[in-house]
Design a protein around this ligand. Sequence first.
Ligand code: AFP
Length: 336
Amino acid sequence: MVKHTDTSVVTIDRYIIEQERRFPEATGELSGILYDLALASKMIANKVRLAGLVDILGAEGTENVQGEMQQKLDVIANDIIIKALDHGGRLCAMASEEREELIPIPDKFRRGKYLLLFDPLDGSSNIDVNVPVGTIFSVLRKVTTGEDGTLEDLLQPGYKQVAAGYVLYGASTMLVYSTGHGVHGFTLDPAIGEYLLSHPDMRIPEHGRYLSVNDAYEQNWTEPVRALMRRYRGLDGKREAMNVRYVGSLVADFHRNLLGGGLFAYPANTKSPNGKLRLLYECNPLAFICEQAGGAAITGTKRILDVLPTELHQRSPYFVGSKADVEIAAQMLANH
Ligand code: AFP
């Protein structure tokens, strides 16, 4: 492995290649998927940057100058990712938040041994108000025989992920990923169109400063969840109060807590018994990243990465972040 100095500029391509060389058995296919995702995310970043000009350039549902209908940005992001990854011969199927069913690889392209699950534009209701949004992705290895990926291949528990990551379209665009050997963060330099290594070997602090939860649901929480939130706020006198920060874009809230320490919670409530977030392409990839960074993620009673999925779009209650803060949730929610 090449040793980088403080001043060496490391592009994401170079970093992925150097990581791959550490594993002589690697075929380069996984690296190819990560390159393609990096490219897709640059194209999405470009669209997100122009989102505020939609009224000038043509609103959703209106015709643009070419006479085409304008599409919603999450649909555009979905198409960008599919088109960037369907032809490389590395995937045998995909699944997206935007599509009800498994996304097959078109017949004209070769199939590979990996599957990609993604949320193309998470937090998309924040776009209209110029608040950061993100892309989340998870890569699995095919487990069934036969060329095409199947639902069974997609429904694997999170601990089987071979790679996971997210892109945050914020003040800067950042791509953060892990292949199970630490967490690496890259910032897009818009002047040269390259992701540069900005956050090597990311670690989440053991205890956190931030609590991210939508407490508008407090009236629908169970009593143990209410007691837990009182604990985090320091209201039961058993710990110092955390600072509440809630963007409403999972990627943005997660990223802040990864850097500053803390906990993101989307508990079950009486109206949504499984919470809101999707296990396969929201909870699992961020749980994988968080564990790789030294943190933890649970449903309340169980490690997220151990949950056996039964449906593509299944939801799960979610507590993710600094280990000590997640541990409090595990203790207070045990047996509930
Ligand atoms: P949208 O994509 O509909 O904006 O949902 C975003 C999201 O899935 C996730 O990014 C947020 O953390 C969470 O939902 C916010 O949900 P609440 O509005 O119920 O708090």
